[in-house]
Design a protein. Structure first.
Length: 139
C-alpha cells in the first residue's frame, strides 16, 4: 500500500550531496570499428546495386534517402558510443578481438563466430540485391 510522506520526513531520510556523481559508462559495443565499417559498406553497396539496376528519375530521391538513413543511423550510434562523460574504454583492436573473442549473453564467441553473427544480415541482403539485379538483367 502507499502512504503519504511529508517533505520533512523525506528530507530526513534523503542523503543530499552537492558533489556531482562521477559516472563511468561503457558505451563500447566490444567489436572492432572495422566490423561496423564493413556493415555500413554492405548496406550502401546494396543501395548502389539497386540504384545501378533499377535507377529511374522517380527512384533517385528514395534511394538517396535510404543511403542517408544508413549513414545517419550508424553515425548517431558512433557519436553515442564516443560521447562523454568519461568513457576510457576503446573498441578492441583486430589483434585483441582475434585473440580474446567476445562475451555475449549466450556465452563466449570467437572472433570468427562474432564476425559471422554481425555480418550475416548485411551480406545476405547484398547477395539478395545482386541476385535480384541479375534476374532483372536477364529478363
Amino acid at each position: 500500500m502507499s502512504q503519504r510522506i511529508t517533505g520533512l520526513e523525506l528530507a530526513e531520510a534523503a542523503i543530499i550531496t552537492t558533489a556531482p556523481a562521477q559516472t563511468r559508462v561503457d558505451r563500447n559495443f566490444g567489436l572492432p570499428t572495422g566490423l561496423y565499417a564493413v556493415t555500413v559498406g554492405a548496406y550502401l553497396a546494396f543501395v548502389g546495386v539497386m540504384a545501378s539496376a533499377f535507377m529511374t528519375g522517380q527512384l533517385a530521391v528514395p534511394l538517396a534517402i535510404i543511403a542517408f538513413s544508413i549513414i545517419f543511423g550508424f553515425g548517431v550510434t558512433r557519436s553515442w558510443a564516443t560521447m562523454k562523460p568519461g568513457h576510457p574504454e576503446k573498441p578492441l583492436s583486430w589483434g585483441q578481438f582475434g585473440s580474446r573473442g567476445i562475451m555475449t549473453l549466450t556465452g563466449h564467441l570467437t572472433a570468427k563466430e562474432a564476425s559471422v553473427q554481425v555480418l550475416i544480415l548485411p551480406v545476405l541482403i547484398l547477395v539478395w540485391g545482386v541476385t535480384v539485379a541479375i534476374i532483372a538483367a536477364l529478363v
